[in-house]
Design a protein around this ligand. Structure first.
Ligand SMILES: Cc1cc2nc3c(=O)[nH]c(=O)nc-3n(C[C@H](O)[C@H](O)[C@H](O)COP(=O)(O)OP(=O)(O)OC[C@H]3O[C@@H](n4cnc5c(N)ncnc54)[C@H](O)[C@@H]3O)c2cc1C
Length: 493
């Protein structure tokens, strides 16, 4: 179905009645005021009111809803907490939002096999608390962990502050129960760490951004909780000296659990917001954490402290206890909200570059900001080269919007030029679908499209995400000039 046909489609009364028969009257929302809350996620300048919202509470209901949607070719947009930063759960073309927040239980913590079986609407930090109280650890910790869901994390393959040492969500998903686009309920994976039978469907489902199936149960791997943790906050005169510290720590064969940076603009915003004592003239701040056996964590922290000083750190604080560790880490965890309050609109980037290119990338972002006269604060994961240049602007200012588009595009191109990746952890969604079509090899995009088409022939699950709605015809140029954000402005409710 084309976008135009979707637009023309109105949800029929009979279909709404059938949805109501599955989940109950109270769980089908059709009032405009109710639907508005489901019209956007955390991505700037995106919004589109859904045709209806369905609040599901189990896999059986979801299966029946998906069967109805498939029979009637109705677009379905799965939604967790709506904290996504690429427009993944924004409902295009009056599609129906399916909220999984009602499926929020921890079904099992298996201490012998070191696994947890959870429902997709569970808040990530609640899983952390539950397993840590038993001396176990679920490492992925996105900045949004107090509000985002496990289902959203799996769909976006979310990363976090501990990614350098522990990896990302994909590294912890052992099994999935998924409702397929035809409504069938399928299980893939299991508790065996060694399992190589057939294609690994679980791996392709992780990061599928709601386009291949709806997760209804998630089996995750747990590890023993590190016995000790040491948290350091180092202040540097320049980004170069912070990056040299990162390089020397890795060269010393230390892989810290966390190695996060803030640039000068971000430091100023965090300080203004939270007043935690960061010097306003600092060029960069590094938050570093080492964990493991108490002796090993302490020794690594000492080495990191020495290396930071050798590279010119003007100040290094080591947290004396957990309360102080939380205070130091808050400098990084507050980066996004602190920047976001500076101007009315916050456009967050998510490119990755090889770690060795971090300084070059930050320098290029600075140059782009100067050229386009934009305020851009950059923070991110120094250890794995995933940066969040954050454009602070006002979407009501047409000229600034034009400069933001140019800046956004230039940042993506700079990262790709340095051998980087289009998105490190936020996903393609709507925000970067034009870039994917433009910069990925067409054979790879075609293969992905074919896979999606074979899984979901009617294209009902989250249509318009990751790829442009209709496939490129042979010989046709990608519509690269039509930047996603322009499209999205027109989608505002
Ligand atoms: C302040 C802030 C900090 C953030 N920090 C990080 C960070 O450090 N690392 C990081 O990776 N991200 C981060 N994010 C982005 C976001 O929180 C993550 O992408 C998160 O995984 C989204 O989860 P959610 O429950 O909000 O999903 P939603 O936004 O509701 O949905 C995201 C996508 O997942 C799909 N989806 C949701 N549930 C399911 C399901 N059960 N089955 C199939 N598909 C589903 C949706 O269709 C959509 O495409 C941050 C966001 C904010 C606002």
């Amino acid at each position: 179905m084309t976008a135009h046909e979707w637009q023309a489609m109105a949800l029929s009364r009979s279909l709404l009645e059938q949805f109501t028969a599955v989940v109950g009257t109270a769980n089908v929302l059709t009032e405009k005021t109710d639907k508005l809350s489901y019209s956007y996620d955390a991505t700037a300048m995106m919004g589109s009111t859904p045709g209806a919202v369905i609040l599901a509470s189990d896999a059986e209901q979801i299966s029946r809803v998906v069967k109805l949607a498939n029979e009637t070719k109705t677009p379905l947009i799965t939604r967790g907490a709506g904290t996504g930063l690429s427009g993944g759960s924004v409902p295009l073309n009056k599609g129906v939002v399916l909220s999984t927040l009602g499926l929020n239980r921890i079904l099992e913590i298996d201490e012998e096999n070191l696994t947890a079986l959870v429902e997709p609407g569970l808040i990530t930090a609640q899983l952390h608390q539950a397993v840590e109280s038993r001396g176990l650890f679920y490492p992925p910790d996105p900045g949004s962990m107090k509000v985002c869901t496990l289902g959203g994390n799996v769909a976006e393959n979310a990363g976090g502050l501990r990614g350098l040492k522990y990896g990302v969500t994909r590294d912890y998903v052992m099994g999935l129960e998924v409702v397929l686009p035809n409504g069938e309920i399928m299980w893939t994976g299991g508790k065996c760490p060694k399992d190589v039978g057939g294609y690994d469907l679980r791996q392709i489902l992780v990061g599928s951004e709601g386009t291949l199936g709806i997760f209804t149960k998630i089996l995750v791997k747990l590890v023993p909780k590190p016995q000790a943790k040491k948290t350091l906050l180092a202040v540097f005169p320049s980004m170069e000296s912070a990056a040299a510290t990162v390089a020397s720590i890795i060269a010393a064969r230390i892989i810290p659990a966390t190695m996060e940076f803030l640039d000068q603009i971000t430091i100023a915003c965090v300080e203004e917001f939270a007043g935690i004592g960061l010097p306003l003239d600092a060029g960069a701040v590094l938050l570093m954490e080492s964990d493991g056996h108490p002796a090993a964590a302490a020794e690594e922290a000492e080495v990191m402290l020495r290396l930071a000083k050798e590279q010119g750190a003007t100040e290094v604080q080591i947290a004396a206890d957990e309360a102080e560790a939380v205070r130091l880490a808050s400098a990084r965890r507050m980066a996004f909200p602190a920047l976001a309050r500076k101007r009315p609109t916050t456009v967050l980037e998510d490119v990755s570059v090889p770690r060795s290119k971090l300084v070059e990338m930050v320098t290029r972002v600075r140059r782009i900001a100067e050229r386009e006269n934009l305020l851009i604060g950059t923070f991110g994961h120094a250890g794995d080269g995933n940066l969040h240049p954050t454009i602070l602007m006002d979407e009501r200012d047409a000229d600034e919007v034009t400069r933001m588009h140019r800046g956004f595009q230039a940042i993506v191109e700079a990262a790709l030029d340095l051998g980087g990746a289009l998105t490190g952890e936020h996903g393609v969604g709507l925000l970067k679908r034009d870039f994917l079509e433009k910069y990925f090899p067409s054979a790879a995009v075609d293969m992905m499209r074919k896979f999606r088409q074979s899984m979901d022939p009617n294209g009902i699950l989250n249509p318009g995400k990751i790829f442009q709605p209709s496939p490129r015809r042979e010989g046709e140029l990608p519509r690269s000039n039509e930047h996603s954000l322009h499209i999205l402005e027109r989608l505002k409710p």
